[in-house]
Design a protein around this ligand. Structure first.
Ligand SMILES: [Zn+2]
Length: 241
């Protein structure tokens, strides 16, 4: 239904959603450059998931994957329909913003770490590790730059609170989830969207249908012990799960 509406609206020939941050737009531009032909639903969903998990989204409304889709499809269309001169102008713009830096950013994003902020116990995507030190207690710490945040938000994080980025659970992985498992859960409130560690308390298994997993997972947030019933699409697993 969403997609239908979307298609009708892209015909209006203007971007549908203008709430993306600069780093989100840069990321989408890179994706566009890299996979001009093969934009898939998977890519849109992954991008949206990545944006919503990044620190830059904190305090902003969550991005819907359909918004990413429409943005990318619109950009793709306008790339194609614009004349060569304009494409060159876009290229030059990208190149003048320091190609080597851009390449580096791609490599860094492939590392894909997340770190837990001691401010709110939520996990944020790491853009880069700036340096490291040993705390006076002897604890090894890294200075983390979070994706979407500036230098003023850099934070010293104990290395045990840094880990490879969690992966959204697929419908087919539902049966792997057991009560007692620790997962990462996306929590969307009016003023923020964050990822927290949660423990699975109970699972109401339901028959999967065309929409995928319909099971209901009762989870408990580790940072405040609050409980909530959530769907699979809000849960992420550890890479080695
Ligand atoms: Zn299920």
């Amino acid at each position: 239904m969403d997609r239908h509406r979307l298609r009708a609206r892209t015909g209006e020939n203007k971007p549908l959603f203008s709430g993306f941050t600069t780093s989100e737009i840069e990321k989408m531009e890179r994706v566009l450059k890299e996979s001009r032909v093969d934009l898939s639903e998977e890519i849109f969903k992954n991008l949206a998931r990545g944006f919503n998990r990044s620190a830059g989204r904190a305090g902003k409304p969550a991005v819907k994957w359909t918004e990413v889709q429409s943005w990318l499809l619109y950009r793709q269309q306008s790339h194609v329909s614009k004349d060569d001169q304009e494409i060159c102008a876009v290229k030059n713009l990208n190149e003048s913003s320091d190609t080597s830096k851009g390449e580096k950013a791609i490599d860094l994003s492939k590392l894909e770490f997340e770190a837990k902020s001691s401010n709110d116990d939520a996990w944020y995507d790491v853009e880069t590790f700036l340096t490291h030190r040993y705390h006076s207690s002897g604890a090894p710490e890294v200075l983390v730059r979070f994706i979407g945040f500036g230098t003023e938000e850099d934070e010293w994080v104990h290395v045990k609170n840094v880990r490879e980025r969690s992966i959204p659970l697929e419908n087919s992985e539902c049966n792997k989830v057991m009560a007692g498992d620790t997962l990462l859960c996306f929590q969307e409130k009016t003023d923020h969207a964050r990822y927290y560690d949660v423990q699975v308390i109970d699972i109401q298994r339901k028959l999967h249908d065309i929409r995928g997993c319909r099971c209901i997972f009762l989870i408990r947030y580790e940072h405040n012990n609050a409980e909530e019933s959530v769907r699979l699409n809000r849960l992420c697993r550890r890479p080695e799960y």
